[in-house]
Write a protein that binds this ligand. Structure first.
Ligand SMILES: *Cc1c(COP(=O)(O)O)cnc(C)c1O
Length: 363
C-alpha cells in the first residue's frame, strides 16, 4: 500500500548542496556566525521584506530568545491553539501564559477577547499566524499601543507571506520563523528572529545566541548557545533558490484539494485571505456534522496509508505540563481542536495522490 505522510521536506539537488558546502573543507570554518550564516541572514531579510534577520538553531530557541531579549515580565497573552513550542517558550522564560480564545472563522487569536485579559501584569501578546493565516495585525498593533505592550509573532507557519504588500515579519516588535524540515522552507533544523529595529537589537541577538558573550572578557546576558552552523545555512541558501517554485507547487495542491472538498456539507476548508500572499503551508479541514467525526476520518485515512495529523489537538493549555496555566475559558479553541484535521500537504503531492486522499475522505 502506498503511504502518504503529512509533509515531505523539500531538498535541493544533491550536487547543488555539495557545491555550496565544498569550500568548508578548505576553510574549516564550520560555525560561529561565519560566511554562509551571514549570507543567509542577508538573503532572508530581503526575501521576507524585513529590516533584518538573526538566524537561530531552531524556531523554538528563536522564540525563547525573542522573549528574553525584550525583557518581558509577568503575564503574556497568547493562544492555546498552536504547537506546544509557543507556550513552552513563554513558560521557560518564567512568564505566565494567559490563554485567549481564537476566532471561529480563521483560528487565529480573537482580537475582540484580548482586552478583557489585560492586567497590570501583562507585558506582551504572542499571537500565532496559525497555518499561515495572518492574524489581525492591525487590531493587535492598536491594542499594543494603547496598553504599551510588546508583540512577538510566532510566524513559524508564515514563511514568505505578505499582507497588503508588507512582509508578515514586519509586524510587531519581533517575529520568529521556523526552518524545521517539515516547514515550507527548511534548513533541516533552524529558525530566525525577524526585526525591523535598530542596530542595538541586531547586536543584542548576536550576544543572545552566543552565551551572552559580548567580547572575550565580558558576558552581558545569562544565555546559552543557539547558533546556526554553516552546513545548515548552506542548506538554507540552496532551498531559498527554489522556495518560490515550491510555494507555487503547493498552491496547485491547495487548488486541487479545494476542487474536491469545497462546499461539502459538514466539511469546512481553510480560506486564503484576500489581502495575503499565502505560502499554502497546511491544508486543515474542520469536520462538524460530516458523515465521519474527525477521529473516525483520521483512522479511516490511516487504514488507507494516509497519515493526516490532528494539528492542533490537544490545546497546549490541556497538556499535563501546562495544565496549571489553564485559567481562562477558550470554548472556540476547544471546539476547533476537537474537529480539525490537517491533510498531507507538500510540493510534489501528485494529482493521483490528491485524488486518492479525497476519495478516501468522500467515500
Ligand atoms: C514548528 C513550530 C515551532 C518551533 O519551531 P522549530 O523550528 O521546530 O523549533 C514553533 N511554533 C509553531 C507554531 C510551530 O509550528
Amino acid at each position: 500500500m502506498k503511504r502518504l505522510f503529512v509533509t515531505k521536506p523539500s531538498m535541493p539537488d544533491y550536487e547543488e548542496y555539495c557545491q555550496e558546502i565544498k569550500a568548508l573543507w578548505d576553510t574549516r570554518i564550520l560555525t560561529n556566525m561565519a560566511s554562509k550564516h551571514n549570507e543567509l541572514e542577508q538573503k532572508l531579510a530581503d526575501y521576507l521584506k524585513v529590516g533584518g534577520v538573526s538566524l537561530f538553531t531552531n524556531g523554538h530557541l528563536a522564540l525563547e530568545h525573542a522573549i528574553s531579549s525584550l525583557n518581558l515580565t509577568g503575564e503574556i497573552i497568547t493562544t492555546p491553539f498552536t504547537f506546544v513550542s509557543t507556550t513552552n517558550a513563554i513558560v521557560r522564560n518564567g512568564l505566565k501564559p494567559v490563554f485567549c480564545d481564537i476566532d471561529l472563522e480563521d483560528y487565529t487569536i480573537d482580537v475582540k477577547k484580548i482586552e478583557e485579559l489585560i492586567t497590570p501584569k501583562t507585558s506582551a501578546i504572542i499571537p500565532v499566524h496559525v497555518y499561515g493565516t495572518v492574524c489581525n495585525v492591525y487590531e493587535i498593533e492598536k491594542l499594543a499601543k494603547k496598553y504599551n505592550l510588546k508583540v512577538i509573532y510566532d510566524a513559524a507557519h508564515a514563511f514568505g507571506e505578505s499582507i497588503d504588500g508588507q512582509g508578515v515579519g514586519a509586524f510587531g516588535d519581533l517575529s520568529i520563523f521556523s526552518f524545521h524540515a517539515t516547514k515550507v522552507y527548511n534548513t533541516v533544523e533552524g529558525g530566525c528572529i525577524a526585526y525591523n529595529g535598530n542596530e542595538k537589537i541586531k547586536q543584542d541577538l548576536i550576544y543572545w545566541k552566543d552565551f551572552g558573550i559580548s567580547d572575550s572578557e565580558h558576558v552581558i546576558f545569562k544565555s546559552g548557545n543557539a547558533k546556526m552552523d554553516e552546513l545548515r545555512a548552506a542548506m538554507g541558501i540552496c532551498n531559498l533558490r527554489h522556495v518560490d517554485e515550491e510555494i507555487s507547487k503547493r498552491k496547485r495542491v491547495y487548488d486541487l484539494y479545494k476542487s474536491y472538498l469545497d462546499k461539502i456539507n459538514g466539511l469546512k476548508i481553510r480560506k486564503i485571505q484576500d489581502n495575503v500572499i499565502s505560502n499554502y503551508a497546511y491544508f486543515p479541514i474542520l469536520l462538524d456534522g460530516y458523515k465521519y467525526t474527525r477521529d473516525q476520518l483520521c483512522n479511516k485515512l490511516a487504514d488507507n496509508g494516509i497519515y493526516s495529523r490532528k494539528y492542533f489537538y490537544p490545546l497546549t493549555s490541556n497538556f499535563e505540563a501546562l495544565k496549571e496555566f489553564d485559567t481562562t475559558k477558550t470554548p472556540i479553541a476547544e471546539y476547533v481542536s476537537d474537529r480539525i484535521l490537517c491533510l498531507p500537504m507538500y510540493a510534489d503531492l501528485t494529482d493521483e495522490d490528491i485524488a486518492y486522499i479525497c476519495e478516501s475522505i468522500l467515500g
